[in-house]
Design a protein around this ligand. Structure first.
Ligand code: SF4
Length: 364
């Protein structure tokens, strides 16, 4: 299917989530586009991201005591996989179904979730006496005027205080730093900020800060995110300021100041097809990303049910192979027009590229 972005309306942001702040910092325009499309991505995520949402849901069900044994595990796991695969088919992503063949370490991750179910929750000093714990899953945290709203995966209250936990199914550490000749792992900045914001929102709702913040990984590690109360307050003030700045740019239609196209910012931005800053940037920087844009000049069918196309990008002629033969009819009608192909596999040291399961074509 060849897609078209169509008209969309940019509106001021009524609120933002702690999990969005860090990514939007580098290009606030990304948040504006996401809001305009009601956070429905214009490009597919990778298979691991879709799988991550299944894992996250399973851990939530374990926390809620819905998944407690092999039988309930199996029922819920299969149901989540089936509905995710239906969703993928509806999105035109049947090429990554069954999902188990397209994600990294499917069996290992499934077993890790099962191990979490068997071990149940925490082994931290804050949860010594389990009988006094009260668990709140998917707990909404917000400020008074509801401009910052987040959902903490799990909040546990007991006689020792309150702890906030967030589950992460992917990589938790950004890198390691050398300190006193020892290597120290550093939690990703976005996760640290997210939890500190949760801590401040919790304070605003309850007039007290939590005792501790934890990231819980798939291997059931509890990674403590240390915090000082003033840090949480500072991040919260920064987010309010950021939200006001973005809304002012929207009101003044002054997007030039907040759109920041670059390989690092744009490579995985799911709103690239709607971003005119990206389209302009891509013309001179296509070698740094996996997208190509140009005038369609030729279509060649091959025997293996695929087609190859040729594009003119300025004075350069580019070949792209591996597209489904099903696109031939629509592409024929676009000869002479500009199209953009996202998520290609580029050949090294040439301009040529190959389509894959995640390639999407947009009429420009
Ligand atoms: S494509 Fe790049 S410039 Fe455009 S919104 Fe996304 S990150 Fe920002």
């Amino acid at each position: 299917m060849i897609k078209r972005v169509g008209n969309f309306t940019i509106k001021t942001l009524s609120s933002m989530a702690p999990s969005q702040y860090y990514l939007a910092l580098y290009c606030p325009y990304k948040l504006i586009l996401a809001n305009a499309f009601k956070f429905n991505p214009l490009l597919p995520l990778n298979a691991n991201a879709y799988f991550g949402s299944i894992i996250h849901k399973m851990i939530e069900l374990i926390s809620k005591n819905v998944v407690v044994d092999e039988k309930t595990f199996s029922i819920n796991w299969n149901s989540l996989i089936n509905s995710k695969e239906t969703e993928l088919r509806e999105k035109g992503l049947e090429s990554i179904v069954p999902i188990k063949y397209f994600v990294n370490d499917f069996a290992l991750k499934k077993n890790q979730v099962k191990a979490i179910m068997h071990k149940r929750t925490a082994s931290t000093k804050y949860l010594k006496d389990k009988s006094s714990n009260t668990y709140y899953t998917e707990k909404r945290l917000e400020n008074q005027n509801k401009t910052i709203i987040g959902v903490a995966d799990l909040i546990i209250e007991n006689d020792l205080g309150v702890i906030i936990l967030d589950f992460k199914s992917g990589k938790v550490y950004s890198n390691s730093v050398e300190e006193n000749k020892e290597t120290e792992l550093v939690v990703k900045k976005e996760y640290e900020m997210q939890l500190k914001l949760y801590a401040h929102l919790y304070y605003l709702m309850n007039s007290k800060y939590p005792q501790a913040l934890f990231i819980v990984t798939l291997s059931n590690d509890f990674i403590e995110v240390k915090f000082k109360e003033y840090e949480c307050k500072e991040i919260y003030s920064e987010v309010l300021e950021f939200l006001a700045k973005v809304n002012l740019a929207i009101i003044n239609e002054d997007f030039d100041k907040i759109a920041e196209p670059s390989a690092q910012n744009c490579k995985y931005c799911l709103y690239r097809p709607a971003c005119n800053y990206y389209s302009t940037w891509l013309i001179n920087n296509f070698e740094y990303v996996n997208d190509l844009s140009g005038i369609l000049i030729n279509i060649t069918p091959f025997n293996n049910e695929t087609i190859g196309i040729q594009l003119y990008m300025g004075d350069k002629r580019i070949l792209i192979n591996g597209l489904s033969i099903l696109l031939k009819g629509t592409l024929n009608s676009l000869i002479g027009k500009n199209i953009t192909l996202y998520n290609l596999k580029k050949a090294k040291q040439t301009l040529n590229a190959t389509a894959n399961n995640f390639t999407v074509v947009y009429e420009s």
